[in-house]
Structures are given as C-alpha cells and as structure tokens.
Design a protein. Structure first.
Lengths: 272, 297
C-alpha cells in the first residue's frame, strides 16, 4: 500500500486497495491500484494522455464503480455504501472537470451556487459567501454573466469556484491548467495551494510536468493504468524502496523545483 | 452593466433549461389527448343519459296487440281490452291507439302511398304503467284473458335488453377510451422525459456528480412535466368543454345531436383534466427519470 502523504497528515481521505477499472469488455484501463491520500495532502497525478488519470479521478468522485478491488472514501467502503448515501459523499468532494462542465443556461452566480442548492441550503445563507468567492477568483464583475461570454481562464476559475464553494474535504482537478497560458496556470496553482493551506486535500491530474515541478508538491505517476514512479518503473515492482520512503512522509515523487509565483500574481484577472 | 447585479437580491434560477420547441410540441400532444379524453367522457355521460331515458320510457309502458275473434270488430275488441286493462292494479292508463296513428307507425317502413290502408293493421292499446308498482306483462295477460280478449302483451323487454346492453357498451367503451388516452398521455410523457433527460444529460450528470440525490433530480423533471401536462390538460379539457357547450347551445334542450342530450353539468367532467393530466405526467416523469438516473453510478 502506497501512502501518499505530506508530513502532517494522519486521517485517510482516500484509500484504494487492488482497484481495477474496465469499461465494458475492453482491457482494464486501471490495474491493481493501491494507495492512500491523507487529509490535508497536496498531490499531483501525472502521466501521459490516456494513461488513466481521468479514470482514476472518476473513481474517486464516484462517477464510476471499480471493476474490482476496494475503495474507501472518508473511511467508508464505497462498495458497501447504500446508493442514498453516495450524494452525501459526493458533496464532500469538489471536482474541477477537465471540460469544466459549466451549466451554460445558468449565470456565473447560479453556477457557483449549484452545490449549495443541491445541499438544500437556503439562499440567504450563502449569497454573500458566493459573492465574496467570486470576487476572490476575479469574477466579481461577472456574477450575472453567462458562461458562454467568459474567456477560457474565467471559465476555469468559475469551475474552480463551483468546486470549492461548499468547502469540500477534497478537491480533484482534472487538467485544470490544460487550456490556460503559463501565467493563468500559475494563478490557478496558487489558488489550489491557498485552499490546501486552509486544510483541503488536493489532487490535481496534469500532464504538465513543468507546472508540477514549479509547484514543489509531490506527484505520483500513472502509465498504462498502473501507478509508477516518475522514472517509469511500476511501483509494485519495488515496494521496499519507493513505497517505504513515501510512507515515511518523505515523498519520493517530488519535483524539487520551487514554486515561483511573482508578488504581482493575483487571482484577479486583468482581462480575458 | 455589472453594477446592476445585486447578490443580495439574487433568486435561484431554474436548474433545468427550458426547451421551447420540445416543450411546446409536448403540450400540444398532451392537450390533444386531454381533449379527446374529456370529449369522450362528456359524450359517454350523454349517451348513458340517453340510454337511461329510453329505458325509463320503455319500462313505464307496454303495448298490447289485439287480435279479433268471431264477429267482434277490431275497435270493439280494442275498447274492451283498454277497459279491462285500465282497471288492473299497476296500470295508470290504457288507451286505444287510433288506426291512423298505428298506420303512421308503419309508414317509415312501408311508405305513405296507400299500401298501409290495404293491410290488416292490428289495433294497439298503449298502456301507461304506474311508476311506483308497475304491472308485469303476466298480470296484463291475465287481465286480458279474464276479459276474453285475444291479445299479445309487449312489455318492451326485448328492446330493453338491447338498450341496456348498448348503454353498458357505451360506458365500457368510454372508460376504455379514457384509460387508453391516459396511458397514451403517460407514454408520451415518459418518452418526453427520456428525451428531456437525454437532451439535458450534461445538466443531470453535473447535478448527480455534485451531490444531488436521485429524488431531487427526479423532482425537477416531475415538476416540469407535471406543470406542462397541467397546462395541456387545461387547454384540452377547456376545448372539449367549449365543444360540448357549443353543441348544447346550438341544438337547444337536447343538443345538436338529439341522440346525445348534453347537460350543462356534463361540462364539469373537464374540470379535473389539468389535475389528472398533471398527476399522470408527474408519475410517468418520476418513474422514468428515476429509472434513468439509477442507471448512473
């Protein structure tokens, strides 16, 4: 079992044990995945396109059920969870989808309000919070705009705002900087870092190794559906080496280049 | 423009996008079904009333066909029969039908070119029975035999069976048609719900993955389609009521079609149309939506 943790985390948010995923009758997309994510940790999930990053995230945010193996979320065995309990688990997960999946018929404000509405909260309890959050992500001046009028960066930040508005325990982001320029990517990364400092567990799938390196955060790699070291070896091949160091709180798969965000970096957008 | 937005006055928007083209077509189809269902119900009630009326008329009367014997004239025999029947318990009135009226009854079949006058038309006695305790055919027969009159009593039981049978068939047909149209409406709603879920799959998926319960999503579709069907029910039921009112107004007391006497109260049948249509739609949409949502992980 790989324990993907930063130094101070103890509670397990996500646990995979021998998990495999197969779509229909095709060969397994994910194979023998076993790892843990500790509360408050920040990880990147790297790997080439088609390696299985998105599929792994989908298993965590309960968009798919595993073909085999066991998944625990917040200490609960998903395989044994009742269907009526799953929505409440999903509400503890904030997802930034690769395609963002904004609701195009709703305004920016209504898009961000979606998780609160689904949780049954009354508008009076979250209206001001959403306004504040939108200011924070630089969309304060576009609360009433429709998503189709937003730039790529604005749409990305809107998707992120929707993912974080309900203060989830874990945020999953699938290529959140994939369509953004370098500067915007850095801003988004800073946002996730801030959220992680507030205690939120963060897992970001990205094939942008440069971004991962700049972040200074640990990463684990997936290739052909299997977890591997960044050097291409399957983790299961050498558990005594790589796994031991990860479990001891000294992540092996860490890109040591420091996060370099300039002081001028702000979440406020200077324009599309 | 951005300054116009005041978060403090924000009201949540509808989570399901409106699709005017699809929604309009659905309202039209369901409205047509509601119109047909309500019109069927109104005409069925009317037919039932007509059958009841005919049955009551036949039940309250009998016809006696007189056969002469010996040298007695037909008029004499008919008079004696009427006299004997008038004194029988359960008979309110017994009258000899004039020859001219009896011949008039045959005119629809034989024409009025003089053939009837050459035929030995039997004399008839019409008997009006007492409404509270009508005399039976056997009683009338005994009274005639006691008076020495050779006659046949027709208590219309043969016609009664047919009319009662026709009334039953009309009722069964109306209920069947009504049920068929309700099922058709439910099927249309179910189909529309499937199409709606398919067209709005992205919205449903996002809500599902963001923590919406199955019931919450089903409620959205249930409410949407129930409201549309209720509107369609209002339009269809209203149109059927207008049609029936038009027939009633144009045709006087018994309506444009005398065989279907429409009463003003019959129009109330259309009143629950929005409610029933909304209910059928709500159930169909909920069951369909839940089935489809539960196919998601």
């Amino acid at each position: 079992m790989i324990e993907l943790a930063n130094r101070d985390q103890t509670d397990t948010i996500v646990r995979f044990d021998g998990v495999g995923l197969r779509y229909g009758r095709s060969p397994e997309t994910l194979q023998d995945l076993s790892f843990e994510l500790k509360a408050g940790s920040f990880h990147f999930l790297t790997g080439p396109s088609g390696a299985g990053k998105s599929s792994l995230l989908k298993l965590i945010y309960l968009a798919h059920r595993p073909s085999r193996g066991r998944i625990e979320l917040f200490g609960q065995d998903i395989g044994r969870a009742k269907r009526k309990d799953l929505p409440f688990l999903r509400r503890r997960i904030g997802v930034v989808f690769q395609e963002m999946h904004l609701l195009e018929h709703l305004t920016v404000f209504d898009n961000v309000a979606l998780p609160m509405r689904l949780a049954g909260q009354k508008p009076a309890t979250y209206r001001s919070d959403i306004a504040e959050l939108l200011q924070w992500v630089g969309l304060g001046h576009k609360m009433h705009a429709m998503p189709e009028t937003l730039s790529g960066g604005e749409r990305q930040r809107l998707a992120i705002a929707r993912a974080v508005v309900a203060r989830p325990d874990i945020i999953l982001a699938d290529e959140p900087t994939g369509n953004l320029d370098h500067e915007m990517g850095q801003r988004i990364l800073k946002l996730f870092t801030e959220l992680n400092r507030l205690g939120t567990t963060v897992l970001i799938a990205s094939h942008d190794l440069d971004l991962v390196a700049r972040s200074g955060m640990p990463a684990f790699n997936i290739e052909s559906g299997r977890l591997t070291s960044p050097y291409g070896d399957a983790i299961e091949d050498d558990p005594a080496d790589d796994l031991g160091r990860v479990a001891s709180g000294e992540p092996e798969f860490i890109y040591r280049r420091p996060l370099t965000l300039s002081q001028e970096d702000s979440l406020e957008d200077n324009g599309p | 423009m951005s300054m116009a937005f005041n978060p403090a006055r924000w009201k949540p928007a509808a989570l399901l996008p409106h699709e005017q083209a699809h929604d309009g077509a659905l309202v039209f189809v369901v409205a047509v079904l509601c119109f047909l269902a309500c019109a069927t119900a109104i005409f069925a009630i009317s037919a039932d009333r007509a059958a009841q009326g005919w049955a009551n008329q036949l039940q309250g009367s009998a016809t006696v066909i007189i056969r002469t014997k010996g040298s007695e004239s037909p008029d004499m025999a008919a008079s004696r029969a009427a006299e004997a029947l008038a004194g029988t318990p359960g008979v309110a009135q017994a009258l000899v039908l004039e020859r001219a009226k009896a011949e008039a009854l045959l005119e629809p079949w034989l024409g009025n070119d003089g053939i009837v006058q050459d035929l030995p038309v039997p004399r008839l006695v019409t008997v009006e029975l007492a409404p509270s305790a009508p005399a039976s055919a056997a009683t009338l027969d005994r009274a005639l035999k006691a008076a020495g009159v050779d006659a046949t009593v027709d208590d219309h039981s043969l016609w009664m069976k047919d009319i009662i049978h026709a009334g039953q068939i009309a009722r069964i047909a109306a209920v069947s048609l009504f049920a068929l149209m309700a099922l058709a409406a439910a099927a249309v709603i179910a189909f529309a719900t499937r199409a709606g879920l398919s067209a709005r799959h992205d919205v449903v998926e996002i809500m599902h993955l963001t923590g919406a319960t199955d019931g919450f999503i089903a409620n959205l579709f249930q409410t949407r389609f129930a409201a549309m069907a209720a509107l369609a029910g209002l339009l269809g039921g209203g149109a059927a009521a207008l049609l029936a009112a038009g027939i009633r107004l144009l045709g006087g007391g018994y309506g444009l079609i005398p065989v279907l006497p429409i009463d003003w109260l019959d129009l109330l049948v259309a009143l629950p149309s929005p409610l029933i249509a909304g209910l059928v739609a709500a159930i169909a949409a909920r069951v369909t939506a839940l089935g489809l949502i539960r196919a998601m992980p």
